[in-house]
Structures are given as structure tokens and as C-alpha cells.
Design a protein around this ligand. Structure first.
Ligand code: ADP
Ligand code: TYD
Length: 217
């Protein structure tokens, strides 16, 4: 089997949306895709954990149906991400090689931030090297909101909380995101956007950032 690497120069781009739970990623993913379509730019939206068997195993852990050690959860996210990149049906790499702009709701910074709370961050970054060596995002957009607002938004819309949806936990995750951006400064392209405005205000800020990175990539 031929190995897939970035040496087959990608023509599309990968935009990764990041943030704590409830920060507005899926709303902004939808709005960004809408904007791109109106601009005539071919795009594809996707998310992690994925809907593959790896993702479904992860979701069983997130809902508490399955329990395992944090050191076992981290590599599951790595495997789900590798499949997300490489699978032949709807893999990100394939889409990008076709010239599509892929917008993903979460990518490896989610692992650095969430798994980085329980495990040494450099361990998590190293575990994700198979992913980062295949494809780094053109830009990672971090939607920054307070854990208080995130929980308000989550509880207004859902009853059941997942594994990582506690206020103190979300505060730790936010800190870890910021730490990861510092650790990878100069390696990764990251844009921090204030996620406290109206959906349209945030969408305008996201578009301004993304179109700038796409123009220079
Ligand atoms: P995430 O994907 O990051 O968990 P969502 O986009 O699902 O976040 O948003 C969480 C909840 O907050 C949803 O019910 C959504 O409709 C709402 N929401 C999203 N963006 C905003 C915003 N800018 N202002 C107010 N509510 C929002
Ligand atoms: P998601 O369904 O995106 O939650 P939300 O829409 O509320 O943001 O993600 C599910 C959970 O998985 C979320 O709490 C973050 C966690 N997660 C990790 O811990 N590590 C990872 O690498 C990824 C991709 C997600």
C-alpha cells in the first residue's frame, strides 16, 4: 500500500475549530461552511470524535458507559484522528488533495488540552506526531469563552452531561489550550477569537481570519 504523506502537496486546506465544550464550534463550523459556499469555495465539514467505530468507542467512554484509564483514552483519539485523515471513503487528506477546504470541529489541539489535564502534555503531543506529521491545519481557530458561559449554553440545551463537562474541568481545559498554544508557538498557526459575541459577530471574525490564512497558505 502506498503511504500517504504531505509530500503529495495538498491543494485544499484544513481549518480546525477548537474550544471548550459549548464554545460554539459546531455553530461556527456550519456558518463558516455557509459563507464558503456563498463565496463558491468547495468545502466539507467534519468533526472529532468521528462517527467511525473508533469514534463510537470513544463516545461510549465519554458517556460513562465504558470505563478505562486516561492513558488508554488518549491513543483512541490518536487512532480515530489517523482514520479521520487517511480513510479511503471520506478521509480528510483525500478531500484536501481534491482541492476541498475541510473544516473540522476539533483536531489534535483537543487532545493536547483535554488529555493534557490528566497526562503530561508533551506525552500527548508526541503521541499525536503521526497526525501532525501528516497534516497540520492551515489555521487552528480557538473560540475563547469562559467556562461559566459554556456551561450556561450547554445546560440550556441538554440534560445529560458528558465526562469533561464540569466547570472546574472546563477551566483546566481552557488553561491547557493556552499552554499548548505557547508550547507550539512558531510551529502551529493559531488564531484566538473572542467567542462571547452573537453568532454572526463571531462568524464575521472567523471568516476574516480564515480568508486571510487561506490567501497566504
Ligand atoms: P460546541 O460545538 O462548541 O459544543 P455549539 O455550537 O453546539 O458549541 O453551541 C452550544 C450551544 O450554544 C448551542 O445550543 C448553540 O445554539 C448555542 N450557541 C452557539 N453560539 C452561540 C452564541 N454566539 N451565542 C449564544 N448561543 C450560542
Ligand atoms: P464534542 O462532541 O465535540 O463535544 P462538544 O460539542 O460539547 O464540544 O466532543 C466530545 C468530547 O470529547 C469533548 O468533551 C472533548 C473531548 N475530546 C477529547 O477529550 N480529546 C480529543 O482529542 C477530542 C477530539 C475530543
Amino acid at each position: 500500500m502506498q503511504e500517504k504523506t504531505t509530500s503529495q502537496k495538498p491543494r485544499g486546506a484544513l481549518i480546525a475549530l477548537e474550544g471548550i465544550d459549548g464554545s460554539g464550534k459546531s455553530t461556527q463550523s456550519r456558518m463558516l461552511a455557509g459563507r464558503m459556499r456563498r463565496e463558491g469555495i468547495p468545502c466539507y465539514t467534519t468533526m472529532e470524535p468521528t462517527d467511525s467505530p473508533f469514534g463510537s468507542l470513544i463516545r461510549q467512554i465519554l458517556t460513562g458507559r465504558l470505563k478505562t484509564d486516561n492513558r488508554a483514552i488518549a491513543p483512541l483519539f490518536v487512532a480515530d484522528r489517523l482514520d479521520h485523515l487517511l480513510n479511503d471513503v471520506n478521509g480528510i487528506l483525500h478531500k484536501i488533495e481534491e482541492g476541498t477546504i475541510v473544516i473540522t470541529d476539533r483536531y489534535y489541539f483537543s487532545s493536547y488540552a483535554y488529555q493534557g489535564v490528566d497526562l503530561p502534555m508533551d506525552w500527548v503531543i508526541k503521541a499525536n506526531e503521526p497526525n501532525s506529521s501528516i497534516l497540520r491545519p492551515t489555521v487552528t481557530v480557538f473560540l475563547d469563552i469562559t467556562p461559566e458561559l459554556a456551561l450556561e449554553r450547554i445546560s440550556a440545551n441538554r440534560h445529560q452531561k458528558e465526562l469533561f463537562e464540569e466547570k472546574s474541568r472546563l477551566a483546566q481545559v481552557r488553561e491547557k489550550y493556552i499552554e499548548a498554544f505557547q508550547v507550539l508557538k512558531g510551529v502551529e498557526q493559531v488564531a484566538v477569537i473572542d467567542g462571547n459575541g452573537s453568532p454572526q459577530e463571531i462568524a464575521d471574525a472567523v471568516w476574516k481570519t480564515v480568508s486571510r490564512y487561506m490567501a497566504t497558505s
